[in-house]
Design a binder for this molecule. Structure first.
Ligand code: NDP
Length: 316
């Protein structure tokens, strides 16, 4: 509900506080765009639930994910970005300036909108998976596979992500046990062929995960054949979940063009959406790369696109 006070005017609003949002904030602040960033439900985004990050350039000794995000925030604040705790609950993009509701009661009037709300990994929902998250259970092989170099690992899922991650792991780990719940894979044919023909990927068809075993680290995974009921313990050092992601874009449904999985569509090579003045960056519009560094890069693109838009419209 719109309150009676006149809405606060925001020149550049950034929604989301992962690498894309903070990078957009750094660029927008340095370009005198007076950005306001709302952090959302999980300040710092997905990196705050990971442990060590070794693949972000500039950190030769690695960095803890939560620490890295605090540094992103500090840098954005130092540049002058207005970082706020709050959740965007509704938008009205029918006319410019856009109307954006925060925390269900506070409406803003926004000249340029950058959406960097990210995506969330889907989990199986097992208590053991949750308990060992970050201690061998991971939803990102590219982030965490390296920590299990030369070890046996398991991965669950059968889409393109699972296939890609299984192949990635097969180059680092001695064996990859791939747990697939049906008797076929959803992944594209070429990816299926690669996985099936890889000597150190062992596929378990019609199989589901019953439990991830281990006290303070993953030691094994217990799987169950969903036709015969036969249970098997596979000793592994890590358990990767690759059953899909969910983009955090529900509130934009009906306003912005999205693909079948709900990712916001951007014009290739830009961060522009189908609405002029609305830009998307990071995982909310990227289901393929999903890396901190690619998200940061696209956050930079969004700020530059927004800056151009604002100058063209005379909002500077
Ligand atoms: P998908 O939704 O395509 O696949 C999810 C997989 O996880 C399916 O095999 C599904 O099984 C399985 N799964 C879901 N829930 C469970 C569960 N509870 N237990 C066991 N298995 C489960 O997600 P992806 O992330 O793989 O891909 C998303 C999109 O991104 C796709 O369109 C994909 O093509 C695309 N993509 C493209 C890439 C590229 O072009 N390089 C790389 C990565 C992704 P089931 O099949 O039985 O439903």
């Amino acid at each position: 509900m719109e309150n009676n006070n006149s809405p606060e005017k925001v020149n550049c609003l950034i929604i989301g506080s992962g690498p894309a949002g903070y990078t957009a904030a750094i660029y927008a602040a340095r370009a005198n765009m007076n950005p306001v960033l709302y952090q959302g439900i999980q300040p710092g985004g997905q990196l705050t639930i990971t442990t060590e990050v070794e693949n972000y350039p500039g950190y030769p000794d690695g960095v803890q994910g939560p620490e890295m995000m605090l540094q992103f925030e500090r840098q954005a604040t130092r540049m002058g970005a207005d970082i706020r705790y709050g959740i965007v609950t509704k938008v009205d993009l029918s006319s410019h300036p856009f109307k954006v509701e925060v925390d269900e009661n506070n409406w803003l009037q926004v000249n340029a909108l950058i959406i960097s709300t990210g995506a969330s990994a889907k989990w199986l929902g097992l208590p053991s998976e949750q308990r060992l998250n970050g201690q061998g259970v991971s939803a990102c092989a590219v982030c965490d596979g390296f920590f299990f170099k030369g070890k046996e690992v398991a991965i669950v899922g059968a889409g393109d992500t699972a296939a890609e991650e299984a192949l990635y792991l097969s180059k680092i780990c001695s064996k990859v046990h791939m747990i697939i719940r049906r008797d076929e894979m959803r992944a594209s044919k070429i990816m299926q062929d690669r996985v099936i023909n890889k000597h150190n990927i062992i596929i378990y068809w019609n199989t589901e995960t019953e439990e991830v075993i281990g006290e303070n680290k993953v030691e094994a995974v217990r799987i169950i054949h969903n036709k015969t009921g036969e249970k098997t313990n596979i000793p592994v050092s890590a358990f990767f979940v690759a059953i899909g992601h969910k983009p955090n874009a529900e509130i934009f449904t009906g306003w912005l063009d999205m693909d079948d999985a709900g990712y916001i569509k951007t014009i290739p090579g830009t961060s522009k959406t189908n609405i002029e003045g609305v830009f998307a960056a990071g995982d909310v519009q990227d289901k393929i790369y999903r890396q901190a560094v690619t998200a940061a890069g696209s956050g930079c693109m969004a700020a530059l696109d927004a800056e151009r838009f604002l100058s063209e419209k005379g909002f500077h």
